[in-house]
Design a protein around this ligand. Structure first.
Ligand SMILES: Cc1cc2nc3c(=O)[nH]c(=O)nc-3n(C[C@H](O)[C@H](O)[C@H](O)COP(=O)(O)OP(=O)(O)OC[C@H]3O[C@@H](n4cnc5c(N)ncnc54)[C@H](O)[C@@H]3O)c2cc1C
Ligand code: FES
Length: 317
């Protein structure tokens, strides 16, 4: 997974839904299968890339099952595709199976909940650059906030499969226990596993779980635990460590600051509202630094990202 092997074969493909299940208060898991050219293109999907899904033709759920706060928004027409990451991608017998974790927040994601086994969806992808592993890394620290789980979980699988020598740790945080897009009762699981998050434990990756309100795992911000780990391991060569992060922007800014202060490489997966997803509409601009200069330039989250080197992003001061 070097920086230059980004898939260039993006396209418009049909995927068949193989499961679409509710896994939490507002979280769903959708499994889909790509075949033929779609299967080949998505077999090369790399963690951190994304897809654009067309949910315009899907039906709305019955009014009584739409949360009251989304009932007005539900009526909006879904003219544009919506961007999503994959949490897992598995080439299988000539096809490619993929798992999408999504949070129901508006008209498109509400419609996605009515898709059933055997339905097809129109997908554009794989899009964006994805994470990369620079030469010489021996330790990877995965930092996740809330709905940032999917691309980092996808990365965890790839690092385990393709970079067996990397020592990897995960730091997983959310406001409260209900804000994690994990299946099963996390509070029970975390008691059994000593706060090891099953989604990462299955790859042999030790993890720390935090919630702001203490409803699962340790109370506090995930960044406090990352800082503690970095302090405890200050004797490790910093050039051999890399941090990968996805989550709310204030968390990304805090992780970036910590990494930059310690001169540790850090890649952040950013989010912007995306209209086209392919570099045409300019709706997803991110202010970035020009190396060795005081100037800044706007880059496109959909095309130049969504993964950026944390040093290159202009973070709010
Ligand atoms: C690269 C990328 C990967 C993503 N991966 C996932 C994923 O794996 N799972 C998932 O649940 N969601 C993911 N999202 C977010 C998802 O695209 C939005 O939640 C989507 O807009 C939902 O569509 P909707 O019609 O249901 O709600 P909308 O009406 O489009 O949005 C509902 C609310 O969320 C806000 N919002 C939507 N998108 C963004 C954004 N990018 N930044 C800030 N606020 C936003 C809107 O302003 C609005 O208030 C990703 C976004 C990006 C850019
Ligand atoms: S979403 Fe249109 S340019 Fe990025």
């Amino acid at each position: 997974m070097c920086r230059t092997d980004a898939a260039s074969d993006k396209g418009r493909f049909s995927a068949t839904i193989t499961a679409n299940v509710k896994i939490g208060e507002c979280f769903w898991r959708m499994d889909m299968r790509f075949e033929d050219a779609g299967g080949e293109a998505f077999a090369r999907f790399r963690p951190g890339q994304f897809l654009q899904i067309d949910a315009s033709d899907a039906a709305l759920p019955a009014l009584e099952s739409i949360p009251p706060e989304l009932r007005d928004a539900a009526q909006r027409k879904v003219l544009l595709r919506r961007p999503f990451s994959f949490a897992e991608v598995t080439p299988q017998n000539g096809a490619t199976m993929a798992e999408l974790l999504y949070c129901v927040v508006g008209p498109a994601s509400l419609r996605m909940t009515t898709l059933r086994h055997g339905d097809t969806v129109d997908i554009v992808g794989p899009l964006g650059n994805g994470f990369w592993v620079p030469e010489g890394k021996r330790t990877a620290l995965l930092v996740v906030g809330g709905m940032g789980v999917p691309p980092i979980r996808c990365l965890a699988k790839t690092l385990t499969a393709d970079y067996g020598d990397l020592e990897t740790y995960a730091f997983v945080g959310a406001k409260t226990v209900g804000a994690f897009p994990f299946e099963g009762k996390l509070d029970e699981v975390s008691e059994q596993l000593g706060f090891s998050v099953p989604a990462f434990a299955r790859f042999g990756i030790p993890s720390v779980l935090t919630t702001d309100d203490g409803s699962a795992g340790a109370q506090g911000f995930v960044t406090e635990h990352l800082a503690q780990w970095l302090d405890d391991n200050a004797d490790r060569p910093k050039e051999e460590t890399i941090i990968y992060a996805c989550g709310p922007e204030p968390m990304l800014a805090a992780v970036a600051k910590m990494a930059i202060e310690r001169d540790i490489d850090c890649q952040v997966s950013m989010e912007r509202r995306m209209a086209c997803g392919i570099g045409l509409c300019q709706s997803c601009a991110i202010e970035c630094r020009v190396p060795d200069s005081d100037e800044t330039v706007y880059k496109l989250c959909c095309q130049d990202g969504p993964v950026f080197d944390a040093r290159n992003v202009v973070w709010p001061s």
